[in-house]
Design a binder for this molecule. Structure first.
Ligand code: C2E
Ligand code: SIN
Ligand code: SIN
Ligand code: FE
Length: 395
């Protein structure tokens, strides 16, 4: 803030304005862990708190250390655990965070080493002992959802007098502001959780659908998974945006979904296809596109594009439309390289597998003919990653 010291009132209205801004920013963050860090960071900024901890209530009724931030510690070896080894504490009225969770009330403590004798909760100094940090003042508020559920606790530690290192008490008027921020955070958290749950369910459903379709063709779904992950690796190497990369990861699983409409007699024919059979086989591209057409979802639309164009060739000799060069959607150019590389390295009912060196040789030879030179180059830029994926998902 520039200029002289703001009056108390304009300071407060400035804080409300920022609170609204932060609330809006929180609703647009759909990555849960980024959201939690942001919540704690903003709460600390509001109150000039040197440190803070955000706890979440777990499904089995404990409190989990979810974010710990501390500007006062030089080394950030702060113990928070991780997804596989979370650190939890019981929701017990004898701990400060537990008391706030249980009662839904705010605690504004001037000095945790000087608690009133009859309060029932105690300061757990084990964290300070481990880190060498000295906690003094605390403002601890519940994160309450609109339905009144406590979803977590924000614990702010050591209010600093603005512009100094001096520790002070959290001013009373900050209680209401932080409580308000915590409720907005609870809503944003719930939304982010629902969104990520939906995205997971959606992505799993698509993978399962793709694998089911693939099952008739090869006996495992690993071809689908490899092509999907190769495509994402190539897309990343081409410098596509992370959101496009994840879209390609998902959409490319459906590239051969049109094979659902191809009879087993052709799909599983042990030998070479006749011209007529191959002509019928080629219809899988258009049929896949038709199956996925007309969606309003960008991932499904991308999948339609990939299904339609993954057999097009850079020089215009592919099918079904004979597109050439950059007329071919980039995701389909990518999927073509990933698909053919994997098909070459795999044995099929109609052919044996090439070695990966031979398959690489084929990609090089066909660069500028079958494949986009840029995409082939990107493929070789991440060949180590491709090899790793191949070893993780063996045929
Ligand atoms: P797929 O087996 O997944 O192969 C995908 C693409 O990889 C093929 O598209 C082709 O471009 C490339 N590819 C696969 N194996 C070889 C190979 O040994 N040599 C070369 N140069 N390229 C290869 P394509 O040709 O349009 O075929 C589309 C799909 O049609 C294939 O998918 C497969 O399911 C089927 N198919 C193609 N040829 C035959 C065949 O002779 N017999 C049978 N039963 N199916 C075939
Ligand atoms: C939750 O976030 O799990 C609770 C949702 C609510 O109570 O509104
Ligand atoms: C391989 O990964 O096996 C082939 C490497 C290359 O030809 O570039
Ligand atoms: Fe195909």
């Amino acid at each position: 803030m520039s200029g002289g010291a703001p009056t108390h009132e304009s300071d407060l209205s400035e804080k409300f304005r920022r609170l609204i801004e932060v609330g809006l920013a929180l609703t647009s963050e759909s990555d849960v862990s980024a959201l939690l860090s942001r919540i704690l960071f903003e709460a600390r900024r509001f109150t000039c708190a040197e440190a803070g901890t955000l706890y979440l209530v777990t499904p089995d009724g404990k409190l989990r250390f979810s974010v710990v931030q501390n500007d006062g510690l030089r080394r950030s070896e702060v113990l928070v655990g991780n997804a596989s080894q979370p650190i939890t504490i019981e929701i017990s009225p004898t701990s400060i965070a537990g008391w706030v969770t249980g009662t839904g009330s705010t605690l504004n403590i001037p000095d945790v080493h000087d608690l009133p004798g009859n309060c029932g909760y105690q300061f757990d100094s084990s964290f300070d002992l481990k880190s060498g940090y000295c906690s003094r003042s605390m403002l601890v508020v519940p994160m309450k959802s609109p339905a009144g559920h406590i979803v977590g606790v924000i614990q702010l530690i050591n209010a600093r007098r603005p512009g100094t290192e001096e520790c002070t008490t959290f001013p009373k008027e900050q209680e209401e502001l932080v409580l308000c921020l915590a409720s907005q955070a609870a809503v944003a958290l719930n939304n982010a959780r629902l969104t990520s749950e939906l995205q997971l369910a959606y992505s799993e459903a698509i993978h399962r659908l793709a694998r089911a379709a693939e099952f008739r063709d090869h006996d495992t779904g690993e071809h689908i998974e490899r092509v999907s992950r190769y495509s994402a690796a190539i897309a990343e190497a081409l410098g596509l945006a992370p959101s496009d990369v994840s879209r390609i990861l998902l959409a490319s699983t459906l590239h051969d979904i049109g094979k659902l409409a191809i009879p087993d007699s052709i799909l599983q024919k042990p030998g070479k296809l006749t011209a007529g059979e191959y002509a019928e086989m080629k219809c899988h591209a258009k049929m896949g596109a038709d199956l996925l057409a007309g969606s309003e979802n960008p991932t499904i639309l991308l999948a339609a594009e990939i299904a339609f164009s993954h057999h097009e060739k850079w020089d215009g000799t592919g099918y079904p439309r004979g597109l050439r060069g950059d007329e071919i959607p980039v995701a389909a150019q990518i999927c073509a390289v990933a698909d053919v590389f994997d098909a070459l390295c795999s044995s099929r009912c109609y052919k044996t597998a090439l070695s990966s060196e031979e398959a690489c040789e084929f990609l090089r030879k066909e660069s500028g003919r079958h494949f986009s030179p840029q995409v082939v180059e990107a493929f070789f830029a991440v060949i180590d990653k491709i090899t790793r994926i191949r070893s993780e998902l063996p045929a």
